[in-house]
Ligand binder design. Structure first.
Ligand code: LLP
Length: 421
């Protein structure tokens, strides 16, 4: 699946040498591999081929239109969490009838738009949200298909910022309280109860928390059936980890077998919401070393990418692999570098304590940057956001221009001020 490989001592994205990309489009920039994204999506789709299913790619992981478009062409559905993500899916040619809408704070306007375009399902996360959705649907004379998102109270064993299925988290409805909410949903005009949904967290390296949650939810489905509430689909969320360093995530085949073993006899359509596992290892952040700085304490490689471009190391202390695009041989000494950016924060690092042989001007690739990379970028320190590129065999497509400085203040105004006060 790895489409970023060294060829003749030069790192390539598919068949494109990364130095040529840096020369043509500048740095920092994100480079994705079409082949890697498509292959990862197909692995999921094939693993569930024996059972009625729909892969609803989690748009938040990488929402570039070209990425969404290539997934839409494969027949993918989409998991969205905002009106903005819905508009992206539509602009990219995605099918609204394959869209599920998650998120704890859906506004009336978002509900209206989603009902108008006819999405597949709302993953409702609270009782007040259910009441609001019923009112909006009625006002439009439509019916909203609904899953309730269950909070199964399992420990997903991941970073606390990306755990979502514990009872202390803001997500979903407590599994012990949800039957009453289902009965309410079944009574509400404007609501069609169709599914049950859970998503317990992200970068899950163990499968047991997911199967635990699944078993609890299947028992719930049985209890609902006993009360005359028929469930036709089960959304098992996303969350399967990728390897950044030495993690050993379950293979997608194992994941699918574990889920399907518990679902076999049931006529339930399975929805999946993978994000990271589709795009994570399909992208790199390409950056150039501006300076090397050696202090009494540390060696710094100061690069042109920063925490505003790639936030994961600063926010989660995430470890992401960094390698030289053209590894040096022989004479350059290896040092333990902190790879840091230009932003005025000590949290502005991409990596710490990495053995690298570097000189100013060298190119580095931060690996596994296809998910939660560009999408989490900002303009902090008035830094234009980087370009995004898609490698497709020997062709490289610019899929988002580097921002120019005007874009930094687009929407801002100089105003006519009266006399000083
Ligand atoms: N479904 C729902 C309802 C979600 O909240 C998420 C991710 C997914 C699916 C996709 O999860 P995945 O398959 O990508 O693990 N920024 C963090 C990750 C935040 C994940 C938020 N929810 C990071 O960089 O690690």
């Amino acid at each position: 699946l790895n489409n970023f490989t060294l060829r003749n001592g030069v790192l390539h994205a598919e068949d494109i040498a990364l130095p040529s990309v840096a020369k043509r489009f500048g740095t920092p920039c994100y480079v994705y591999s079409r082949r890697a994204i498509e292959a990862a999506w197909r692995v999921f789709d094939d693993a569930f081929a024996g059972h009625d299913h729909l892969i609803c790619y989690a748009v938040k992981a990488n929402s570039n239109l070209a990425v969404l478009n290539l997934l839409a062409r494969l027949g993918s559905g989409f998991d969205i969490v905002s009106g903005g993500e819905l508009e992206r899916v539509l602009a990219a040619g995605g099918d609204p009838a394959k869209v599920v809408f998650s998120g704890v704070a859906k506004t009336e306007a978002e509900m209206r738009r989603a009902l108008e375009v006819g999405i597949l399902c709302f993953n409702v996360e609270s009782e007040p949200e259910l009441e609001r959705l019923a009112a909006v649907a009625q006002s439009l004379n439509r019916r909203a298909r609904v899953s309730l998102r269950i909070n199964p109270d399992v420990d997903p064993d991941t970073h606390p910022y990306i755990a979502t299925g514990l009872s202390e988290n803001k997500f979903g409805i407590d599994i012990h309280a949800v039957e009453r909410v289902y009965r309410r949903a079944a009574d509400l005009p404007g609501i069609d109860v169709t599914g049950v949904d859970f998503h317990i967290g992200s970068q899950l390296t163990r499968i047991e928390p997911i199967t635990d949650a699944l078993e609890r939810v299947l028992a719930l489905i049985d209890r609902l059936q006993g009360q005359g509430i028929e469930i036709s689909h089960l959304d098992v969320g996303g969350g399967v980890a990728i390897r950044y360093r030495d993690e050993t995530p379950p293979s997608i085949g194992t994941y699918a077998r574990q889920l399907l073993a518990r679902l076999e006899s049931r006529p339930l359509r399975v929805l999946l919401e993978p994000g990271r596992a589709i795009v994570g290892n399909a992208g790199v952040l390409l950056t150039r070393v501006e300076y090397l700085k050696h202090t009494a304490q540390r060696h710094f490689a100061i690069v042109d990418a920063a925490m505003n471009d790639l936030l994961r190391p600063a926010l989660y202390d995430a470890w992401m692999a960094i390698e030289a695009v053209v590894p040096r041989e022989g004479d350059t000494p290896t040092r333990r570098y902190d790879v840091v950016g230009p932003v005025c924060e000590s949290a502005d690092f991409l990596a710490r304590d990495r053995e690298l042989a570097l000189a100013a001007g060298d190119l580095l690739a931060v690996r596994s940057a296809g998910a939660y990379g560009f999408v989490m970028s900002s303009n902090y320190n008035s830094r234009p956001r980087p370009a995004e590129l898609l490698a497709d065999g020997e062709v490289i497509h610019l899929i988002r221009e580097r921002e120019c400085s005007d874009a930094l203040w687009a929407g801002e105004r100089l105003v006519m001020l009266g006399p000083e006060r």
